[in-house]
Design a protein around this ligand. Structure first.
Ligand SMILES: [Zn+2]
Length: 451
């Protein structure tokens, strides 16, 4: 059976208006810091990672345009995934405080793979405290931008950076047989991160979009005010272990500020990098073996190339303030492929065999608490004793957990829920000692914010 998900498509029009009054066009931009506390899970990868360091702060960046009668807001969030409930909560706050209706707000994540977990993906589950806190900060970014609305003019254009976008799906040669990591044979397309495999690798399965689009905003008297770019790169990656980072998206924004000579402006120049058609695009040319790099080296290379291209484009643009803004939004129904029951069972069996619990918990197994973290805690209780984060989320039978070694059991992962961990008989049991940098168990016991 097909399952349908809803997404929102917002189309923004900037049209030359013969009846607009020059000088009424205004713009404002701002960034709100959204860096979560250490100890939060990082999502985006295929292994569980706990944040132990902040390499660069995470932000929600906002640009607001106003032609005197219509106001639009763009918000880019340094997160991997954010689901509709969080964005809807933020949009409600934006409307409450600024009057900008939700269909005039374009809100998305950059898709950095090194940010706090807002929405569950792969092995990470959403952090309920961070989710509750975030909408207000997303709204704050827009409110700050509105506070700084000033006479402005805009221009737009595009450049091309083809050297960093590659389709990550590789065709399998017609006469080759490929067995994927799950032992399934016969697929005609493989992911490029396990390449090069000359015996089976054909060509890229799909085209890529190398365009970098830019909407450039200046103050009416000339200094740069903001810049909204769009590039179809999944992310760059190569961050330090356990690091929170905005990936190349954040470096690009800072680099644009430098290239435009806007480092010391007041109010602050704010650049935004949005993600384009990048679902099957990554930064890995499977035809070449990538040389070893230091953390952040590739991020800086990508950001520098994209920023320099943008800078060269911006220098050629002609700015105008006689514009009329308009926008409309609609919801699209998109088919989502779900794993079959047989595929789910196969995955569970794989987890059992490799002794690495990798199946997230589901709501139906535990009635003790509603939150995803609490569900994980219950999983620990089912096991007979709290064994730490990895075992909380396994969904595997207690006898398995008590028999198999795990990273948690060996003490390498802290128990983030020690305060609530109990043996099945209700006794406190041998509680793992929480580490000071792991804050989620305490946060999970707190009521959500007032967002
Ligand atoms: Zn991704």
């Amino acid at each position: 059976m097909k399952v349908f998900a809803l997404t929102i498509l917002i189309v923004v029009q900037l049209a030359a208006a013969s009846n607009s009054v020059a000088g009424t066009f205004r713009a404002g931009a701002a960034a709100a810091n959204i860096t979560p506390p250490l100890g939060i899970e990082i999502n985006g990868g295929t292994a569980q990672v706990i944040a132990t360091h902040v390499h660069d702060e995470l932000h929600a960046r906002a640009l607001v345009l106003d032609d005197g009668s219509t106001r639009l807001a763009f918000v880019l969030v340094d997160a991997c995934l954010i689901d509709r409930a969080v964005f809807d909560a933020a949009k409600a706050l934006i409307f409450q405080h600024t009057g900008i209706s939700s269909n005039h707000v374009s809100m998305s994540t950059t898709h950095t793979h090194s940010a706090g977990s807002v929405t569950g993906v792969h092995l990470t589950e959403p952090d309920p405290t961070y989710r509750a806190w975030l909408p207000r900060r997303l709204a704050d970014a827009v409110r700050l931008a509105v506070n700084q609305l000033a006479p402005a003019r805009v221009a737009w254009g595009s450049g091309s950076v083809p050297q960093h976008v590659f389709c990550r799906r590789v065709t399998v040669k017609p006469d080759a047989t490929y067995t994927n990591l799950l032992g399934v044979t016969g697929h005609r397309v493989k992911m490029n991160w396990s390449s090069p495999e000359p015996a089976v690798d054909g060509d890229f399965s799909s085209p890529v979009d190398p365009e970098v689009f830019v909407l450039s905003v200046q103050h009416a008297d000339g200094p740069p005010l903001s810049l909204l770019a769009n590039y179809s790169l999944h992310y760059a990656g190569g961050v330090g272990s356990g690091h929170l980072s905005a990936d190349y998206f954040g470096v690009f924004c800072e680099r644009m500020k430098e290239l435009l000579g806007a480092e010391k402006q007041e109010p602050t120049f704010v650049a935004l990098m949005s993600n384009g058609t990048s679902g099957d695009i990554n930064n890995n040319d499977f035809r070449k073996a990538r040389l070893p790099q230091k953390p952040y080296e590739q991020i800086r290379i990508v950001a520098e190339d994209v920023a320099r291209e943008m800078h060269s484009v911006v220098k050629t643009l002609t700015y105008r303030d006689d514009l009329k803004l308009s926008a409309f939004s609609t919801e699209l129904e998109i088919a989502v492929r779900k794993p079959s029951p047989a595929e789910v069972e196969r995955a569970r069996d794989t987890c059992r065999r490799i002794s690495l619990p990798r199946i997230a918990t589901d709501a139906g197994r535990c009635g003790r608490d509603a939150g995803p973290v609490a569900r994980g805690i219950c999983r620990g209780e089912e096991a007979g004793a709290c064994r730490g984060l990895a075992n909380h989320r396994t969904g595997l039978p207690a006898r398995f957990l008590s028999r198999e070694p795990s990273p948690t059991a060996s003490g390498r992962l802290p128990c983030i829920s020690a305060a609530r961990c109990r043996h099945r008989d209700g006794s406190a049991g041998q509680r793992p000692r929480p580490r000071s940098d792991v804050t989620r168990h305490a946060a999970a016991a707190q009521p959500p914010g007032d967002a």
